[in-house]
Design a protein around this ligand. Structure first.
Ligand code: E4P
Length: 217
């Protein structure tokens, strides 16, 4: 399972990268705004900074909602850095743009996916990644994990190569359950990655080992 961090915060990206387990970054317009990154030039520069910090794929989302606009914006994003993945919304023009970019060999991430049918369309359009939003489904009392399970089954039935990028991850159990279901990638906040480290028996066990070592020295 690949681990992506879902933030535009450079310190948090660096912390995850330094842990040695980071495979990429996802961003969206809300995450950029949260870091105070506004204006086209600042946004493009920020994507470059993220690409320089990490080795893996960096998803950069288009703002346009029409095919021509998405193509223009996506081409500019892809030209920024080889690690950029063009992130497109799951709307009709987004599906068309996904097909356009996949035919050109440019990586894509189809976002705002909330149903198995949408995931099927993204795979048919040749998406590199499909992003089902697990946490937002859970937020409205719908089983987000069930969607991951359905997409896994459908993709395996037909051998689709689109990777399932479990998005809108909120906590460590989302990560673990997505891993059990065979999601290819998860993207979540830093806490969903570092939280996996924690176990009280690890802490007490280590304290005891050190205590016993110090008795003999
Ligand atoms: C990532 O690609 C998504 O934009 C993100 O995971 C959405 O997460 P949220 O539902 O916590 O905003």
């Amino acid at each position: 399972m690949k681990f992506f961090i879902d933030t535009a915060n450079l310190e948090q990206i660096k912390e995850a990268q330094d842990l040695g387990v980071l495979d990429g970054v996802t961003t969206n317009p809300s995450l950029m705004a949260k870091e105070g990154i506004t204006g086209a030039e600042n946004i493009l520069n920020h994507y470059k900074k993220i690409c320089e910090l990490v080795e893996g794929d960096v998803s950069a989302e288009v703002i346009a909602t029409d095919f021509e606009g998405m193509v223009k914006e996506g081409e500019a994003l892809a030209a920024l850095h080889p690690q950029i993945v063009v992130k497109l919304p799951m709307i009709a023009d987004g599906v068309k743009a996904c097909k356009y970019f996949s035919d050109k060999g440019i990586k894509t991430n189809v976002t705002l996916v909330f149903s198995a049918g949408q995931a099927l369309l993204a795979a048919k359009a040749g998406a590199t990644y499909v992003s089902p939003f697990l946490g937002r489904l859970d937020d409205i009392s719908t089983d987000g994990l069930n969607l991951i399970d359905e997409i896994r089954m459908i993709y395996d039935n037909y051998g689709f190569r689109t990777e399932i990028l479990a998005a809108s991850i909120r906590h460590t159990m989302h990560v673990i359950n997505c891993a059990k279901l065979g999601a290819d990638v998860m993207t979540g906040p830093l806490s969903s990655i570092t939280g996996l480290l924690k176990h009280p028996l690890t802490d007490s066990g280590l304290a005891k080992f050190l205590e016993d070592y110090n008795k003999g020295n």
